[in-house]
Design a binder for this molecule. Structure first.
Ligand SMILES: [Zn+2]
Ligand SMILES: [Zn+2]
Length: 387
């Protein structure tokens, strides 16, 4: 057990690590300096094994417990920043204009390093932990790259846990739920192809503007009339492009948008119905609809038993009043979902207090969350791998 007060006392240098990472953000898989910094720190902690270059630029370290045989449990943080021009006004603002840690992955990495140091010093657990630092969470599916590179098999990982900060959730609070906690996030493009003409002679056209308008309206009933109102599904048409002027009916109109769900069967349903509705409505107007549907990150789905471990660990450090175990899901997405598809585990949300929102230029990870994050990882390890 490492209480947050103790963690704050003995781990004050983790704030310096966090601010160093914040000053030096890197994008996607190009996290060489960040991964190097992490590997260097892990080496000073006396980890039993350190491997770099997993999933291109991911880093994994193994720390063995001192209480006997047991499984290997993965604890994961993310290394990458965003292509955002920071205006937080903090003294540790990004040294690289146009790149910033606007999602707090600097904090996630620093907290997991702090936990790794404590776990390597104390080793009050069975089996082993694998601390996992992944690249390319922001749109690059770095977690999938690590899984495809054999992460789970190579280190014999049996369970895997993740954490993300959330602005407005108070410092020292945690939120989690069983089942879908974050959404799948797919994107689509619908090209409604008609035939252009003079706008004064609509009978000579197949008007893609009117057909596209009906497609947009038709898609509104897929969720409202066909899915259980208690199950979250989003189908949003977020852009329309077609035509150039007031007196010409164009040849085609392009629609783009997103489909988000909290269950994989509803994700399949959303994709199927989006295609059917768009194509049938376009056909009814004499037009055609060609659809490009790209699957993004899957649903981040928390497993029951592992969520219980996460709740127990968080409760042991902050008490039950500060742990929301039945939190509402969020319709954002996370590529930790790929690790949860590979192994059972749980993803928890940690309070970042009163800061700007994620992906906002003014955002900065709140260092006051650091002792809670470190304590959570330590407590989780000692809970899951108790003697
Ligand atoms: Zn993000
Ligand atoms: Zn993030």
């Amino acid at each position: 057990m490492l209480h947050p007060d103790q963690a704050a006392e003995v781990q004050s240098d983790v704030i310096e690590w966090r601010r160093h990472l914040h000053r030096n953000p890197e994008l996607l898989y190009d996290v060489h300096q960040t991964a190097g910094f992490v590997a260097e720190k892990l080496a000073t902690f006396g980890c039993d094994l350190i491997e770099t270059g997993i999933g291109k630029t991911g880093v994994v370290a193994i720390i063995k417990g001192s209480l006997g045989e047991g499984p290997v449990v993965g604890l994961r943080a993310d290394l990458d920043a965003l292509p955002i021009l920071e205006n937080s006004g903090k003294p540790w603002t990004s040294n690289f204009p146009g790149k910033s840690h606007s999602c707090g992955h600097d904090g996630h990495t620093a907290m997991l390093l702090g936990a790794a140091r404590h776990l390597a010093e104390t080793r009050r657990f069975r089996g082993a932990v694998a601390v996992i630092f992944q690249p390319a969470e922001e749109g690059g599916a770095g977690a999938l790259a690590m899984v495809e590179d054999g992460l789970m098999e190579k280190f014999k990982i049996e369970q895997v846990y993740g954490m993300h900060n959330e602005p407005k959730l108070p410092i020292g609070h945690f939120a989690i739920r069983k089942g879908g906690i974050l959404a799948s996030a797919d994107t689509f493009e619908i090209l409604v192809q008609g035939r252009g003409s003079h706008a004064g002679q609509p009978h000579l056209s197949i008007d893609p503007v009117v057909a596209a308008a009906h497609v947009i309206v038709g898609l509104q009933t897929v969720v409202s009339r066909e899915t259980d109102p208690l199950q979250a599904v989003v189908i949003t048409v977020a852009s329309i492009h077609g035509g150039d002027t007031h007196n010409v009916i164009p040849n085609a109109v392009r629609l783009t948008g997103t489909v988000r769900t909290l269950r994989s069967d509803l994700r399949d349903f959303g994709e199927r119905r989006l295609k059917e509705v768009a194509q049938c409505i376009a056909t009814a107007h004499g037009a055609t609809a060609s659809i490009t549907y790209d699957r993004g990150y899957p649903v981040t789905f928390n497993h029951d038993r592992e969520t219980d471990f996460a709740v127990a660990a968080a409760t042991s450090i902050v008490g039950p009043a500060a742990v929301c175990a039945g939190a509402d899901p969020r319709m954002a997405a996370e590529d930790f979902s790929y690790m949860l598809e590979a192994r059972p585990g749980a993803f928890i949300i940690i309070g970042n207090g009163d800061t700007a929102g994620l992906h906002n230029p003014a955002y900065d990870f709140n260092d006051e969350a650091i002792p809670y994050g470190i304590s959570y990882w330590v407590s989780l390890t000692e809970t899951v791998l108790a003697a």
